[in-house]
Design a protein around this ligand. Structure first.
Ligand code: ACO
Length: 402
């Protein structure tokens, strides 16, 4: 019953909790997570049920607006989104300006931030509900176009324009893997795996990127700027960047003769900064429920596509060995969602440096929902305190006397 916006600071008393391991930053009604029991629910619905029965756009609606949509509402939501899938032709100049090998996450963060320049109405810190919704719809609609165009540009290929008769995920895959000269046939199992992956990434309460989105938004920065900051936070290998790091690690192990025992030992060596990428989680200490679902989807996709990849054999070997190893057991380190997601993305044909961008595409509805909730709660500007440990007062010494 406490109104957090009314809490006053207590001068002198400061809690220091590096990494916010035990500090709640907000109250939220979006995602429930029990790390001990491995439970994850969006708006009360278990992630397992949503991954099995729902679609990504339906889950996006659920996260952002709080309820599952009726079929009419969902149709309306889809229609509105399909009206905004194009991006301004001038945005193409940004794509052209990036070196072809620049990392897709840097481009994505920049391009999403740039949307604010094309839609200046988003700068209004007190929009009407209708205006706020339009900004949200535009971002949801344009993100797949931006992501697939980043990929096409990296290949030096012409971009594919959105096909609005296709559903959100199918349209994205078409823009990514389609050719200008021919219609693409995408296996149903691929579309279904992509829905699952995006749903499983759609929200995860107050993680690093989401907290970033909320804290940037709390200064009344616009939605595009807030999400752009979230994308940058997600980029790091300890967060979303781990899915790329997992495959790079597996490739390194393969190139090193496939000796996973040696690399497991490296991960346990406290004098070696190497960590087993895709293992461990700040909150899940028994298992990551998303990893369980993805592992199954991963097996299905690989089976369906008939993929035989030595890197995947190493992944299996490493997983089995780590799960039996006392070091990992004692520290409750289990495979997280990123351990398997990269394997599926690779099987679907995405290059490694696109993996984190796909995470961002999935996380977008969660970030939007959290930003919207922060605004609706009228939360005060985020401004952590500190304990100062620097020098005590001292006098300035002129340059020629130093
Ligand atoms: N490999 C080896 N040892 C590990 C690993 C790992 N992947 N993860 C944690 N440990 C060890 C630590 O060295 C530490 O050991 P100690 O107690 O002997 O000092 C202990 O386990 C606890 O680790 P912390 O770093 O304190 O755990 P924290 O909750 O801060 O970190 C994190 C969680 C960042 C996810 C960590 O497990 C990690 O670096 N994992 C690899 C990167 C990764 O997969 N990130 C993706 C996270 S999921 C996501 O963002 C969607």
């Amino acid at each position: 019953g406490i109104d957090i916006s009314k809490l006053r600071d207590v001068s002198g008393a400061i809690t220091v909790d590096p990494g916010y391991k035990n500090t709640g930053a907000t109250k939220s009604a979006i995602t429930f997570l029990d790390g001990e029991k491995g439970v994850l629910r969006y708006r009360g619905y278990p992630i397992e049920q949503l991954a099995e029965h729902s679609t990504f756009l339906e889950v996006a609606y659920l996260l952002i607006y709080g309820e599952l949509p009726s079929s009419d509402t969902l149709l309306d939501f889809r229609k509105k989104i399909s009206r905004h899938t194009l991006i301004h032709e001038d945005m193409k100049k940004f794509f052209d300006g990036f070196p072809s090998k620049s990392h897709p996450m840097g481009q994505l963060s920049c391009l999403v931030g740039a949307l604010s320049a094309f839609y200046p109405e988003s700068l209004n810190p007190n929009p009407s509900e209708e205006e706020e919704n339009l900004t949200i719809i535009k971002l949801l609609a344009k993100m797949p176009t931006i992501v697939s165009w980043i990929y096409k540009k990296s290949l030096g290929h012409p971009v594919i324009y959105p096909r609005n008769e296709l559903n959100y995920v199918h349209n994205f895959l078409n823009m990514t893997f389609g050719q200008i000269t021919e219609d693409i046939v995408i296996d149903k199992s691929v579309v279904s795996a992509m829905h699952k992956l995006l749903i499983l990434h759609a929200d995860h309460e107050q993680n690093c990127s989401t907290s970033t989105v909320r804290i940037v938004g709390s200064s009344n920065a616009n939605l595009y700027a807030s999400i752009s900051a979230g994308i940058s936070a997600l980029w790091g290998p300890l967060h979303g960047g781990a899915n790329q790091a997992v495959i790079e690690m597996l490739e390194n192990i393969k190139n090193d003769g496939g000796n996973s025992a040696k690399w497991l030992a490296k991960a346990k060596d406290k004098n070696d900064p190497f960590r087993l990428m895709g293992f461990g989680h700040r909150v899940y200490k028994n298992f990551d429920p998303r990893a369980k679902i993805i592992k199954k989807a991963c097996d299905e996709v690989l089976d369906k596509l008939g993929i035989n990849d030595p890197v995947l054999d190493i992944a299996k070997e490493l997983e089995e060995a780590a799960l039996k190893d006392q070091y990992f057991v004692d520290r409750k380190l289990y495979p997280n969602v990123d351990f398997y997601s990269g394997i599926i993305y690779r099987a679907l044909g995405f290059p490694t440096d696109m993996f984190t961008v796909l995470f961002a595409l999935g996380r977008l509805p969660g970030w939007i929902a959290q930003w919207k909730e922060m605004k609706a709660n009228k939360e005060p500007i985020g401004r952590p305190r500190q304990i100062y440990t620097g020098s005590t007062i001292r006098d300035y010494v002129p340059l020629d006397q130093r």
